[in-house]
Design a protein around this ligand. Structure first.
Ligand SMILES: Cc1cc2nc3c(=O)[nH]c(=O)nc-3n(C[C@H](O)[C@H](O)[C@H](O)COP(=O)(O)O)c2cc1C
Length: 254
């Protein structure tokens, strides 16, 4: 399985076997991280791996997951750094699935004793990972997600490449499965909007959620050999919408 195929079958894994993985895998994760593209290359990040196989450290916060390892992503706090972190972390999560390991974001908890700051970079979020008790995949149809017709508006039936991008976007994981994205398809473009929330609490991870979404979209684009850009269009940015906020557009370069 490669990362593209993992998009369609990955699931959050919350139960782990508390045993070590082959050290080569940990090295491979580090190497993979160094090679993956960031969404914004001007934002420096750093990856830490917390080994919990022996110490079995306590978790601090809500909805923590006991796991043999955790990824810790650190970032400079620049504009859209949370989106960038989600973009990187989702590629790592898919890589872990492809390598037969489970993973789960931990938005509510951190492992006690984890460094909060590394130089000029702040700890953004931790992700549990390791050998799963049970499977690390599920069938695409088993993913609890909204149907595309509820997420997307279009006048004409979208072309095949757009449908594939929308499906990969639909399957993106999000905090508490909020699926905050909405899509408007027009011609060779998919305009991506964020649903406005009634409470601020849910908003906390929205920017990171959108990074996850864009990771799925760009992996599909690469798989299909599509030359796409993610661009914020001025004319749409200036409009205001009652229930949605404009995020970015996925544009096929002609
Ligand atoms: C930013 C973010 C934070 C999350 N935080 C937690 C968490 O604290 N605990 C947890 O069990 N799951 C957490 N999740 C996992 C989501 O609940 C899960 O991705 C979503 O319900 C969809 O399920 P799936 O990943 O199995 O497709 C988080 C996901 C994201 C994207």
């Amino acid at each position: 399985m490669n990362v593209y195929e993992a998009i369609f079958v990955r699931k959050s894994v919350r139960n782990y076997i508390m045993e070590a993985v082959n050290p080569q895998i940990l090295e491979d994760i580090g190497n993979y991280y160094r090679e993956i593209p960031a969404l914004f290359s001007g934002v420096e990040t750093e990856l830490g791996i917390v080994d919990n196989t022996k110490k079995q450290q306590k978790l601090h916060g809500l909805f923590g997951i006991k796991a043999p390892y955790y990824l810790a992503i650190y970032s400079e706090e620049k504009d859209k750094y949370l989106m960038n972190a989600g973009y990187i972390l989702q590629q790592l999560s898919l890589y872990l699935t492809a390598r037969g390991l489970g993973s789960c974001y931990m938005g509510g908890a951190v492992v006690k004793g984890t460094q909060e700051q590394r130089g000029n970079k702040r700890l953004v979020i931790m992700m549990a990972f390791g050998k799963a008790k049970g499977t690390v995949t599920r069938k695409q149809i088993e993913a609890k997600r909204m149907p595309i017709k509820e997420l997307c508006v279009y006048k004409e039936t979208p072309r095949q490449w757009i449908r594939q991008i929308l499906e990969a976007g639909r399957l993106a994981p999000s905090s508490m499965n909020t699926q905050p994205w909405r899509f408007v398809v027009f011609d060779n473009r998919v305009h991506v909007f964020s649903k406005k929330h009634s409470t601020d609490r849910l908003k906390k991870w929205d920017e990171l959620n959108f990074g996850i979404l864009f990771a799925h979209i760009m992996i599909v684009a690469e798989e299909l050999w599509l030359d796409v850009d993610l661009i914020k269009l001025e004319d749409i940015s200036q409009k205001s919408f009652p229930n949605n906020q404009y995020v970015l557009s996925v544009i096929l370069k002609s």
